[in-house]
Design a protein around this ligand. Structure first.
Ligand code: CP
Length: 330
């Protein structure tokens, strides 16, 4: 079937949000709808012609105030595959450097009738701030240590695709949880879909207050290696840390790094994940990161494209009706 020939009708009545700010506020049904829609868009990526006209005539601005490789590229490709017009703005090339506020910058975008703003910002709450003030759809591409919803969705998508389900799985998230928006979004998403989550790290980076979210906290990576279905390694977020949270990298690797020796203790079907960028030899051994059997790190990147197509499509459809999403092919 072709999107161009389908009659126009609301794509997904369950999805009523013009914005995607975080996973915390989503229901399990909304997350599942996003993942199911992404599965349909992943099939589009396998076709000879990878483009659909779903967002034809709509304009998207990729507004990245913090650096990014994966997320920015993925959103740009996703928008192009949906036939949207796309422009990229970075902090250094915008009037933010002349002192213009985030709100005024965003109002300029709105005055140009931009339909969707994808925002990455160093301040937690930046995406919510714009979502409350602009008619445009706001998609959070990471706000400080708050949330990175599309990263969590692509992680959930990858786990579900590999394991067939999320419910009942045991997922360990290891490392710098305190400063990680990826961790927070993953925790919300995994718990809502019925997984068990264990956080692993030193008390400075994984304070026990996280237990209030409904997760377990352990201090030794060796305590989870033999029991988890998924192990997700996080980078130390030096850019958000204002003091030393552990004595040194050598000690960190000794206590929390997924070394080759530790990787041998994982269950044979355990998935090794990392949101990137990787600090090879620190949170994960370089060979372990490239392990062709267990590591799904590049699959995560591939799935990010389909997930972002789904997020853009659903939020744009909630603002104004669009043609239906492509159906799952038999
Ligand atoms: N995972 C992630 O957000 O990577 P980037 O910073 O490269 O976008």
């Amino acid at each position: 079937m072709s999107l161009a020939t389908e009659p126009s009708r609301p794509a997904a009545p369950l999805w009523k949000r013009k914005d995607l700010v975080g996973i915390q506020e989503l229901s399990a049904e909304e997350i599942t709808l996003l993942l199911d829609t992404a599965r349909q868009f992943k099939q589009v990526g396998a076709r000879d012609v990878k483009k659909v006209p779903a967002l034809q005539g709509r304009t998207l601005v990729n507004f990245f105030v913090e650096p990014s490789t994966r997320t920015r590229t993925s959103f740009e490709l996703a928008a192009m595959r949906l036939s949207a017009d796309v422009i990229n703005i970075s902090a250094s090339s915008s009037s933010l450097v002349k002192g213009e506020s985030l709100k005024d910058t965003a109002l300029v975008l709105q005055a140009n009738n931009v339909d969707i703003v994808v925002l990455r910002h160093s301040s937690a709450g930046a995406a919510q701030f714009l979502a409350e003030r602009l008619r445009s759809s706001i998609i959070n591409a990471g706000d400080g240590a708050h949330e990175h919803p599309t990263q969590a969705l692509l992680d959930l998508f990858t786990i579900r695709e590999r394991r067939g389900h999320i419910e009942g799985l045991h997922v360990a998230i290891v490392g710098d949880i305190l400063f990680s928006r990826v961790a927070r979004s993953n925790i919300w998403g995994l718990l809502k879909l019925g997984a068990k989550v264990t956080l692993v790290g030193p008390s400075t980076l994984v304070p026990r207050v996280f237990e209030r979210m409904g997760v377990a906290v352990v201090r030794r990576i060796d305590d989870v290696l033999g029991t988890v279905d998924v192990i997700n390694l996080l980078r130390i977020q030096h850019e958000r840390q204002r003091r030393a949270y552990f004595p040194g990298l050598g000690e960190y690797i000794n206590l929390f790094g997924l070394t080759k020796e530790r990787a041998r203790c994982l269950r044979p079907d355990c998935l090794i994940m990392h949101p990137g960028p990787i600090n090879r030899g620190v949170e994960i051994d370089s060979e372990v990161a490239d392990d062709p059997v267990h590591s799904v790190i590049l699959e995560q990147v591939t799935n990010g494209l389909a997930v972002r197509m789904a997020a853009l499509y659903l939020c744009a459809a909630a603002s104004r009706p669009l043609p239906p999403a492509p159906r799952k092919e038999p």
